[in-house]
Design a protein around this ligand. Structure first.
Ligand SMILES: NC(=O)c1ccc[n+]([C@@H]2O[C@H](COP(=O)([O-])OP(=O)(O)OC[C@H]3O[C@@H](n4cnc5c(N)ncnc54)[C@H](OP(=O)(O)O)[C@@H]3O)[C@@H](O)[C@H]2O)c1
Length: 250
């Protein structure tokens, strides 16, 4: 299927879900700016898109989302290089392993910087541009983990809950101009982030996740669980009273 997007920016594009999104968009004829720190992985995407011959193109940009100050200039460079911008997806994220009773502030603040502050740094200029032009699609990759404060991973959960709230607020700002803001909440996806973790279930591939994410983004839905069966599970988990939820060792 041909995409309606001619140009896209994926932040956190070098592996996992972000890389799968880049590949799918390029295969559909899109010009894709791919942002991440690992240049070799980005180069592989450039070469892969060329070899696949889908008519699209990948433009690599090496950047660290913790460097918020550099974003406005790089964002302007990217929109200039692409010759426009139809779609922005913030997929960058880290989930540092945390022991049950560990309180490691440096590690925690790093997750907030990458998962939440980085999203604000990249999606603020996107919202501003799309609001001015009265078109465009913004997608943020949140998580089912952001729907509740779990004892096992307090700050990863917080970063995703913060991202969900920020995306909702952006939607309420720029939705009135026809800009779509889509919150994606994946369950378990088979990527470097989850490799080796115990207790995974309903695991889907990064490519399958990317397929569903693009479908939901094209429709402009408000929130999508990926895969969709998580919606019911999370409805139950979100409705659970705190005195019960706190007894679950999750
Ligand atoms: N896998 C899952 O089960 C799952 C479930 C729910 C939500 N998610 C979310 O999905 C998103 C993608 O994760 P993934 O599973 O695809 O993991 P992944 O394969 O580890 O990909 C993470 C991406 O984030 C980028 N990134 C990390 N730190 C960065 C930094 N400082 N600056 C720039 N880019 C940075 C990485 O690029 P570089 O290292 O090259 O910079 C990489 O491209 C994350 O937001 C994650 O929280 C994943």
């Amino acid at each position: 299927m041909k995409t309606t997007w001619q140009t896209a920016l994926i932040v956190g594009a070098s592996s996992g879900i972000g890389a799968a999104l880049v590949k799918r968009l390029a295969a559909q004829g899109c010009r894709v700016a791919a942002v991440a720190r690992r240049s070799d992985k980005l180069e592989n995407l450039v070469v892969g898109a060329h070899a696949a011959g889908g008519g699209g193109e990948v433009l690599p940009y090496v950047a660290d989302v913790r460097d918020a100050q550099s974003v406005p200039e790089l964002f302007a460079t990217i929109t200039g290089d692409l010759g426009g911008l139809d779609l922005v997806i913030y997929a960058a994220g880290v989930m540092h392993p945390v022991q049950f009773e560990e309180y490691e502030t440096v590690k925690d603040l790093e997750m907030l910087r990458i998962n939440l502050s980085g999203a604000v740094a990249w999606l603020n200029p996107a919202a501003q541009r799309f609001g001015r032009l009265k078109k465009g699609t913004i997608v943020g990759i949140g998580s089912v983990a952001g729907d509740r404060g779990r004892s096992g991973s307090p700050v990863y959960n917080t970063s995703k809950a913060g991202l969900h709230t920020y995306l909702e607020a952006l939607r309420n700002r720029v939705g009135r101009y026809g800009v779509k803001v889509v919150t994606i909440k994946p369950g378990f996806v088979d990527t470097a982030m989850t490799r080796g973790l115990p207790g995974l279930f309903w695991l889907i591939s990064a490519d399958r996740a990317a397929e569903v994410i693009l479908k939901k983004a094209r429709k402009g839905v408000v929130t999508a669980y990926v895969p969709g069966r998580w919606r019911l599970v999370m409805l139950i988990i979100r409705s659970m009273p705190s005195f019960i939820f706190r007894r679950l060792k999750v």
